[in-house]
Design a protein around this ligand. Structure first.
Ligand code: PLP
Length: 500
């Protein structure tokens, strides 16, 4: 429990006349005041429940499940996963969670796995295990579809590897097995398929890709981060789901995020391996210092067991039947969304989603999807913009969840109204020459304050509540990905800097 009074009841000034460095109060503040301040901060956030934010958050629509998870999280909040011998509870809970996930994803009670903090960490570990399975001359390569999650590029970046992205089929947005095969070289240590891809919700041809990887003697990772805990339930509910999991010959590892369609609080994912030696290659140990012995299953070392307890509680509170119902509700909502979009002039769905993830693009040059997103934001909805990429048009992404069952009609109404308003206002006015000027800008010559000033001159107001992003997105949309990345890093630095 928090003490009801400040830890330092006196209001003594900073000792020795040291100037106040700001940030931290000299005298501790009362808990009620701090909690009230947190609530004030949160008032500006998007709502995490209720289905009006169709990305980032996963709401069952059953408040009691999320409340239980919060209590379970708190129960193990201060337990440290750093030392599983000191806290055997984490081993017991992790074994149960991994077994539950493996049991539905083509593995069994003896399938090795690791509970991680998220999809990125699961992928990082699978990539490390593949890299360390077989040394190659030069930089090891990962071959992945262009639609695969950036976590693979990040893993390659962190692990000194090279990510080679293969264009996807321009009609279906699925990975192209022939092009994947053609991209293999003696340096390839991992081939990737998604089940499904996040951008368009389509499942790659996992059987073909795993087979060609196996033929070349290369491991194959299935990224089921977003789909791993919805596809098995859709299949059990009677829908046709192509084979995608560890039961497919050639698949050697698979990631499944419980903080997505497992509906657990953030910080919960599982990576499964087809064999125990691969899991060992994901691990890390160090005895190379005079302190405690380090044995880590994950990238993080000290970390709270809260997310593990919460994921365990959520899985067991919902059970198979709960997940089957939630998957059917989310997929039903996605299908109603797709059908409804067909009736909104100027909008269309990209591809044919296999999971409750829907990408909506414009079919009319006078209707700009980024403006639709801004219009929706003013109406209390958040639709996630996705920039155009290698011929795939710009679009808005919708992740439907259990709560969407009762929210699709209002969502469609908001989308139709926002589209009508966006058509009236037309595409955003991008100042002439701005994109070229940004592309040619010497960013190294600008510090964060200078870049903040530049953002101001093009009308980006970081403190103005719901920001109008259409112009920013329109500019980014015409720039090549490398330039987008450089600008986004500068943007992030400004966001967190005092120069605003
Ligand atoms: C979300 C996601 C990831 C990354 O997961 P984080 O939990 O955000 O780190 C990887 N792959 C796919 C397909 C995803 O949807």
């Amino acid at each position: 429990m928090q003490p009801e009074t400040p830890l330092r009841p006196d209001s003594a000034p900073a000792p020795g006349g040291v100037p106040d460095p700001g940030g931290l109060p000299e005298v501790g503040r009362p808990p009620a005041e701090l909690l009230a301040e947190l609530a004030r901060h949160r008032a500006g956030d998007l709502p995490v429940r209720g289905g009006r934010v169709t990305a980032y958050v996963y709401d069952t629509g059953r408040a009691e499940v999320h409340d239980l998870a919060a209590r379970a999280y708190q129960e193990l909040l201060e337990v440290n996963c750093l030392d599983p011998t000191a806290f055997p509870s984490i081993v017991a809970l992790e074994r149960q969670v991994v077994a539950a996930v493996a049991g539905r994803l083509g593995g069994g009670a003896d399938t090795p796995g690791i509970f991680t903090a998220g999809g990125t960490e699961s992928i990082m570990l699978a990539v490390k295990a593949a890299r360390d399975a077989r040394p190659v001359d030069g930089r090891a390569r990962i071959v992945l579809p262009a639609s695969a999650h950036p976590a693979f590029h990040k893993a390659a970046h962190y692990l000194g590897m090279e990510a080679v992205a293969v264009p996807v089929d321009p009609e279906t947005f699925r990975a192209d097995p022939a092009a994947t095969r053609a991209a293999l070289t003696p340096r390839t240590v991992l081939v990737v398929a998604s089940a499904p891809s996040y951008p368009h919700g389509v499942i790659d041809p996992v059987e073909e890709i795993a087979a060609l990887a196996a033929e070349a003697g290369v491991p194959c990772h299935v990224d089921a981060c977003v789909g791993g805990w919805v596809l098995p339930w859709l299949r059990e509910g009677g829908r046709d789901v192509p084979p995608f999991d560890l039961s497919v010959p050639g698949v050697t590892s698979l990631s499944c995020d419980l903080h997505k369609y497992g509906y657990a609080p953030k910080g919960a994912s599982v990576v499964l391996f087809a064999d125990e030696a691969a899991r060992r290659r994901a691990y890390f140990a160090s005895a190379g210092w005079p302190g405690y012995t380090v044995i880590n299953a994950t990238v993080q070392s000290s970390r709270s067991a809260g997310p593990l307890a919460a994921a365990w509680a959520t899985l067991n509170a919902l059970g198979a039947r709960g997940y089957r119902d939630l998957a059917a509700e989310a997929m039903g909502a996605a299908e109603r969304l797709a059908a409804g979009v067909a009736d909104i002039p100027g909008l269309r769905v990209l591809g044919a989603p296999d999971a409750p993830l829907v990408a909506v693009a414009s079919s009319d040059p006078g209707l700009d999807v980024f403006t639709v997103a801004d219009e929706a934001r003013t109406r209390g909805w958040f639709f996630q913009p996705q920039l155009s990429f290698q011929g795939i048009p710009a679009n808005l992404h919708f992740t439907l969840t259990g709560v969407s069952r009762d929210r699709v009609e209002p969502l469609l109404a908001a989308l139709a109204e926002s589209a009508a308003a966006a058509r009236r206002s037309g595409p955003p006015d991008v100042p002439e020459g701005l994109a070229d000027a940004l592309a040619g800008l010497d960013l190294d010559g600008l510090d964060d304050a200078g870049f903040a000033g530049l953002l101001g001159t093009v009308g980006v107001d970081l403190d103005g509540g719901a920001p109008e992003m259409a112009v920013v997105n329109a500019v980014l949309d015409v720039l090549p990905p490398e330039t987008r990345e450089r600008l986004l890093i500068r943007f992030l630095a400004v966001l967190y800097s005092p120069h605003r």
